[in-house]
Design a protein around this ligand. Sequence first.
Ligand SMILES: Nc1ncnc2c1ncn2[C@@H]1O[C@H](COP(=O)(O)OP(=O)(O)OP(=O)(O)O)[C@@H](O)[C@H]1O
Ligand SMILES: Nc1ccn([C@H]2C[C@H](O)[C@@H](COP(=O)(O)O)O2)c(=O)n1
Length: 419
Amino acid sequence: MAAKHALPVLRWSSRVFSVELNGAPFYFALADRPEAEAPRLFGQLPRARRCFSLLLRSADRVHAARLHARLRDALLRELPPECRLAPMCSFLPEVRDSVLRGFFLQDGPDSPSPTPRLLEALAQQHALLLCSYTPDRENRHWTQHVWSLEGGTRVDVGTGLCVVCSEAPRCHPAALSMINSDVFRTFQDARDVLTECVAVLPEASSVLEHLPSRAPSSAPPAFPVLVVEGLDATGKTTLTESLRDALGAVLLRSPPQSLAPWRALFDREPPLLRRAFYAVGNYVTAEQAAQQAMKTPVVVDRFWHSTAAYAIATAVSGPPSGLPDPGSEVYRWPADLLRPSLVVLLTLDPEERRRRLRDRGQGKTEEERQLDHNQLFRLRVEEAYRRISGPPCIAVDASPSADQLLQQVLLLVRSRCCL
Ligand SMILES: Nc1ncnc2c1ncn2[C@@H]1O[C@H](COP(=O)(O)OP(=O)(O)OP(=O)(O)O)[C@@H](O)[C@H]1O
Ligand SMILES: Nc1ccn([C@H]2C[C@H](O)[C@@H](COP(=O)(O)O)O2)c(=O)n1
């Protein structure tokens, strides 16, 4: 039985709508009467352009997450090439979990297009909110109509509200629904997602079998637990293996080896499932670290900083200024997760990192390509890393040689962890 969650509140006329065109967000709201000028998103459109939006509303979050991904693929496949498709969301400012996600479409030029029929079919099949946007005669003011497709007929539910300008919200709208969608605050919250997705992703039950029945004890360990974090190719593997040898420590990784068979599968899933997978992986690693740290130091290659930073940076688009404010709950260390004695965050000049990626010769993952080409994404990950609160986290310049870096970190560990 799929778990049910509260449907986002509609309060249609209070909602703000965000459309991302070429990575830049355009915001608009609705009002009973037009304003002097239409929002930039519409003002630049030639009259012939017809606009539509599809928004998802589902009480089953796993279903909604996977449907969103399938819808994107279907629209990219079925829409005429001249149609422009953009990510869209609608939200109530400052109201958590009020976000509806979907797509905004600008039809092609005058050429007849199947867009309305295609969208109506999709909306009817998946109970989506279908809206159309039409300009007045002077192409100055636009009106949004919400269509109900009950019984297969297209009924204007009479909103007919005017599209007006809206200020950009303080934080990216994704920040309103990040907790328990992208970042999980407890082991149980993350585990619940995997339980809910077993019906559509049977492999999730194999992952569940490898999890502890509850969050492992987060009591302080007898020996230090040292975590090394950083972007790809900053030197984490090299440093953690050297620390293991120099300290006679046990080296662990997150996700743990026990979950390796399912990592690639979850990497192909939408963020809700993917980030829940990495979150539970941290708890498996935490259980191993707590056991090992009763008798020897432990070194961990990536842990919760990676899980939270990449999740937050992926959920938000644009510059780091759109990230949730420093001190937000989303950055706080989970109360039920082992706190490392020390986190070392390796930082590296982007060009040197690219050189190391090249010299390493391994193929690049999609995310590495993102980090490489999408400077804003990289800046968001780096800033999210820095905003995470909890265990002491020290940024260390990773550009010295491997040996010099090891000596620097050993000095740090010995001074901070009395090793
Ligand atoms: N201090 C260093 N100076 C120069 N090259 C280094 C240094 N540390 C690691 N390298 C080289 O940089 C490349 C990446 O190192 P490594 O695999 O340790 O990074 P990583 O952070 O673990 O990467 P990923 O997260 O993608 O696995 C390797 O070719 C490695 O030999
Ligand atoms: N504890 C972890 C470890 C890794 N991840 C995610 C973050 C990135 O999406 C990706 C990087 O993995 P790598 O390049 O080191 O193979 O894995 C995470 O979320 N949590």
